[in-house]
Design a protein around this ligand. Structure first.
Ligand code: CP
Length: 336
């Protein structure tokens, strides 16, 4: 039994609760339970965000993350203000000591404290460049919002991780495990899928990190040669280039494309044989199929799988609200 009265997010050395990765969570199972309690009763804490504002800043596009965070905030009585800073704001400079004679107009050092003065919580989406691996994996953008804003920061997907998506994913797996026999851990397979564009590794990194930290399922990752993820996230997961072997007896199959980490940001394969179809699903233990969405139909995932009974992608996306609500409620409680 989890203790829901304890703090489910850790407090940073500066005294705020951020949500940037699984490392900010003190009890994953309790956070899942909290999210599922909100799913059962969305408005039970509708006054804890009274007179509080969250600023949702988007440097990159979004549908689910943007809307689910707004709905979650409103369920808690907060006002959510969305600013598409990447499209509508001044172009931000993040380099320390920059001589700003190029395209950037405002330094993060100047902008972030202003956001912090307008909002009680900041939530930020910032994609990687996929050009400079060291720069991307340093996650400087989100770190500088934390450093200079002075308020709690929630990642709506950073250069390396997508923690609200991953919390949603474990909530969805937990929900789908209700009738699972307890003699063994479920087998969760993360499979690479083809795509026409180079995509970040964030969702895959984050999913691996959360499944490893949750320690409730056995994780197998399968991808073509050259698509190995950063080992700091995959840790003890089994990794294989044999997708058929990976799919055998799987209980969950998480489908996702990512570009190469080794040949950073490159597409090394577009092999359509990696797309999941019903024939491959027959290798599994009647597996549920997951994808974070948006998905390119018949490139990443076939119509027959997405439209079939195995797909839980809509359930997964709908759970984004409860994940965000659980996290925001944990951040709100200590704010005076
Ligand atoms: N899964 C996800 O993050 O969706 P959006 O990009 O639409 O927010």
């Amino acid at each position: 039994m989890n203790d829901l009265s304890k703090n489910l997010l850790k407090t940073s050395p500066s005294g705020v609760r951020n949500f940037i990765s699984v490392n900010d969570v003190s009890d994953i199972n309790a956070l899942i339970q909290k999210a599922l309690a909100y799913k059962a009763a969305p408005f039970k804490d509708k006054s804890i965000g009274f007179n509080k504002r969250i600023g949702c800043l988007f440097l990159n596009p979004s549908m689910r993350t943007r809307l689910s965070t707004q709905v979650a905030a409103q369920n808690l009585g907060m006002e959510a203000v969305v600013f598409n800073i990447g499209a509508e704001g001044w172009e931000l400079e993040f380099e320390e000591g920059a001589i700003m004679n190029g395209t950037t107009i405002e330094h993060i050092k100047d902008a972030a404290p202003i956001f912090g003065s307008y909002f009680d919580i900041l939530a930020i989406r910032t994609f990687p460049s996929l050009k400079d691996r060291d720069e991307d994996y340093n996650d400087q953008y989100i770190k500088q919002f934390i450093k200079y804003s002075g308020v709690p920061v929630v990642s709506l997907e950073s250069a390396t991780l997508h923690p609200l998506q991953s919390l949603t994913d474990v909530i969805t797996i937990k929900e789908s495990l209700q009738n699972f026999h307890k003699e063994r851990k479920p087998k969760v397979v993360l499979t690479w899928a083809p795509h026409i564009k180079p995509l970040p590794q964030c969702v895959a990194n984050s999913f691996a990190e959360w499944i490893n930290a949750w320690d409730t399922a056995n994780l197998v990752i399968t991808h073509p040669e050259g698509y190995e993820l950063d080992r700091q996230f995959t840790k003890q997961a089994t990794i294989t280039a044999d997708q058929h072997e990976a799919l055998e007896h799987a209980d969950f199959v998480y489908v996702k494309n990512w570009s190469s980490y080794a040949a950073y940001g490159k597409i090394l394969s577009a092999d359509e044989k990696w797309m999941l179809n019903n024939k491959k699903l027959q290798l599994t233990n009647n597996a549920k199929v997951m994808h974070c969405l948006p998905v390119r139909r018949n490139i990443e995932l076939s119509d027959e799988v997405l439209d079939g009974a195995s797909s839980i992608v809509t359930l997964q996306a709908s759970n984004r609200v409860w994940a965000a609500q659980a996290v925001l409620s944990e951040i709100l409680v200590p704010i005076p």
